[in-house]
Design a protein around this ligand. Structure first.
Ligand SMILES: [Zn+2]
Length: 115
């Protein structure tokens, strides 16, 4: 059982904020970017290799030499944003507030969900 971190920014809003361009064809559940923000398409300028899930923000680049993938949390970090600034504190789980333990980078595996 896990609870989703209530972010105040959606994956689509992040894409807009970063000015990332999209491919013409958009899959239903994913946002497909023209260029991967990590590898920028590599030497050949490959396009459409980077997808972000519309709901949970998990991302993945399908270029073999890049292969970056991770959570929305990690994507915010890559954008030099502090994910903690985008947590809706009013919806934080009571035990999370009580512990006072910040969501940390060491929680990488479960950066987006906590138990
Ligand atoms: Zn890439």
């Amino acid at each position: 059982m896990s609870t989703r971190i209530p972010f105040t920014i959606t994956p689509a809003e992040l894409v807009q904020r970063q000015g990332w361009r999209l491919t013409r064809q958009q899959p239903r559940s994913w946002i497909c970017l023209r260029r991967c923000p990590f590898c920028d398409g590599g030497r050949h300028g490959d396009e459409g290799t980077f997808i972000i899930h519309r709901t949970d923000g998990n991302y993945s680049c399908s270029r073999a030499t890049c292969g970056k993938r991770g959570t929305f949390w990690g994507l915010l970090l890559h954008c030099e944003l502090d994910p903690r600034d985008f947590i809706d504190r009013t919806q934080a789980a009571p035990q999370e507030r009580r512990s006072g333990r910040p969501y940390g980078r060491q929680q990488r595996q479960s950066a987006y969900v906590y138990r």
